[in-house]
Design a protein around this ligand. Structure first.
Ligand code: NAP
Length: 251
């Protein structure tokens, strides 16, 4: 329980990679705020699993793409624990496979609002609480990028890839901006990971189809990505900042 007493807000912490981070962080002693947007049962199940194992967690509903919701989420953590030590900017969405010339402006707006603006808003609120410049005790931010940021996802979802490219830039820029203020900012770029995100983008068989293109010839698990995130949250990575770590099986 090395991290006993520390608190983390995991956006989209109720399913997939976020759920694995929430459960793994609690095992390491973190108190976990599990954010979600619609699936209350999934969030409650993660909290119940953490509590059953003797950990501390609560579920906090909110859309990361809404400034009002983000302010309320962080206020809930303030009220509950009065401190914030880490943010995992994990909430993210894909959309249906399409060419760029088939995509609508509404689709672009939703993709950028959730994946980019959501991460910017949450990072801003975390910096206000953790930066020594604002009287905080320092902390860590881990952003979820994607292998799509470097591959570009042609004929699949270039808009998603572009949103994750923005996450890479955020990680580099903010990491340097707050490096002397006690905050480390890093990102993980997962490859093909077995979660429900593919079905939510209308491609439930995406993992099976993509497996062959992975040098390791298999998909990754949410836990394998969470383990990298937990390393970046921990003091074991105390000299790592403004960095992007790949968890892609070599892709
Ligand atoms: P997932 O299984 O679809 O889970 C998404 C989580 O985000 C859920 O907890 C969901 O809550 C929450 N969420 C969605 N929209 C939200 C919003 N507007 N506000 C707050 N929470 C929201 O996703 P995943 O596969 O674990 O992906 C997690 C992150 O890793 C994403 O940023 C994704 O882009 C990135 N990533 C995933 C892969 C992969 O292959 N899986 C690869 C590269 C990068 P509800 O259940 O309430 O909807």
């Amino acid at each position: 329980m090395k991290e006993a007493g520390k608190t983390v807000l995991v956006t989209g912490g109720s399913r997939g990679i976020g759920a694995a981070v929430s459960i793994g962080a609690a095992k390491a002693g973190w108190r976990v705020a599990v954010n979600y947007v619609s699936d209350t049962a999934a969030a409650d199940a993660v909290v119940a699993e953490i509590e059953k194992a003797g950990g501390e967690a609560f579920a906090v509903k909110g859309d990361v793409g809404s400034e009002a919701d983000v302010l309320a989420m962080f206020a809930a953590v303030d009220d509950r624990w009065g401190r914030l030590d880490a943010l995992v900017n994990n909430a993210g969405v894909v959309d249906k496979t399409a060419r760029l010339d088939e995509m609508s402006a509404d689709r672009f707006e939703r993709m950028m609002r959730i994946n980019v603006t959501g991460s910017l808003l949450c990072a801003r609120e975390a910096v206000k609480r953790m930066s020594t410049r604002h009287g905080g005790r320092g902390g860590v931010i881990v952003n979820l990028s994607s292998a799509a940021a470097k591959l570009g996802s042609p004929a699949q979802y270039v808009d998603y890839a572009a949103s994750k490219g923005a996450i890479d830039s955020l990680t580099k820029g903010l990491g340097i901006e707050v490096a002397a203020e006690g905050i480390r900012v890093n990102a993980v770029r997962p490859g093909i990971i077995d979660t429900e995100i593919h079905a939510s983008g209308g491609e439930p068989d995406r993992v099976e189809k993509a497996r062959g293109a992975v040098p390791m010839k298999r998909e990754g698990t949410a836990t394998e990505v969470a383990d990298v995130i937990l390393f970046l949250m921990s003091d074991q990575s105390s000299y790592v900042t403004a960095s992007i770590v790949e968890a892609t099986g070599g892709r």
